[in-house]
Design a protein around this ligand. Structure first.
Ligand SMILES: [Zn+2]
Length: 267
């Protein structure tokens, strides 16, 4: 007998199927999961309520533990409509993709859910979404246990001016890699990075880095090494769009980032 279940969730991704149905990737307090929502006959139905970055309560059922959940009801708790602004959307996409990458092999908890929700809500309303994105991207990395140590040179304790990306440690000019593999941001940039990585979120957003492009390049190198390729970050940093979402193309909500999954079969 099929059993209906209910979960709170944030919609991180939508992949349309040829049939018109959609597979949604959802972040809930107990993990990331995927569910199919059937195309409906009425506008504003489940499919619309399960739009990208919506905060929802989902009722669903599934045939077996390994099957995709099939959505039967969606209640919209918050629309976060500010995330569709061109200056905010690429950063929301970045936080969603980074959160999914960081939790791919781990169960997430209430703390993760609250952090991602807080980041998306911050992007939704803040007039400097880039500052919010930098702060939350590093906070997600730190929450996954991957934060670098940046408060002093790992060799001598002197004020550092660069990050040894692979080691996740700070270095001074004297102890930097002579082969140039470190990410150089200067002493001021390392103080900014320290605030992003281990200061309060409020301080990190209120006092963002004075020189942001080097911070984005450093973040990309760090994420590439420790997490893997995050396409939303690559898009932000492509030539001409570095760190400036306003210059990035606005993705179409619902555009599949991956090939469409196979059509689910009813049981
Ligand atoms: Zn040193």
């Amino acid at each position: 007998m099929r059993r209906t279940q209910v979960r709170d969730a944030l919609v991180l991704r939508r992949s349309p199927l040829p049939s018109g149905d959609v597979v949604a990737t959802l972040l809930s307090p107990d993990g990331i999961w995927r569910a199919v929502v059937r195309k409906g006959r009425l506008p504003g139905g489940n499919l619309a309520r399960l739009s990208l970055f919506h905060d929802v309560t989902v009722q669903y059922w599934r045939c077996g533990d390994d099957d995709l959940a099939l959505v039967t009801q969606v209640r919209l708790n918050g629309a976060l409509s500010g995330l569709t602004r061109p200056e905010a959307y690429p950063y929301a996409h970045l936080l969603a993709e980074l959160a999914a990458a960081l939790t791919a092999d781990h169960p997430v908890g209430e703390r993760w859910y609250a952090l991602v929700a807080s980041g998306l809500r911050g992007l939704n309303v803040h007039d400097d979404p880039e500052a919010v994105a930098l702060a939350y991207a590093w906070r997600l990395i730190a929450t996954a246990g991957l934060a670098p140590t940046v408060d002093g040179c790992a060799r001598c304790g002197a004020p550092p001016d660069r990050l040894a990306v692979a080691d996740g440690t700070a270095r001074c000019a004297e102890h930097g890699d002579p082969h140039g593999s470190d990410a150089y941001v200067g002493e001021g940039g390392m103080r900014d990075l320290g605030r992003l990585v281990s200061g309060s979120l409020g301080d990190a957003v209120a006092a963002p880095p004075s020189d942001r492009p080097p911070q984005w390049r450093l973040l990309r190198r760090y994420v590439e090494w420790h997490v893997g390729t995050v396409r939303a970050l690559e898009a932000l940093l492509r030539p001409g769009a570095e760190g400036r979402a306003v210059a990035a193309p606005r993705p179409v909500p619902g555009t599949p980032a991956d090939p469409a999954p196979p059509e689910p079969t009813p049981c």
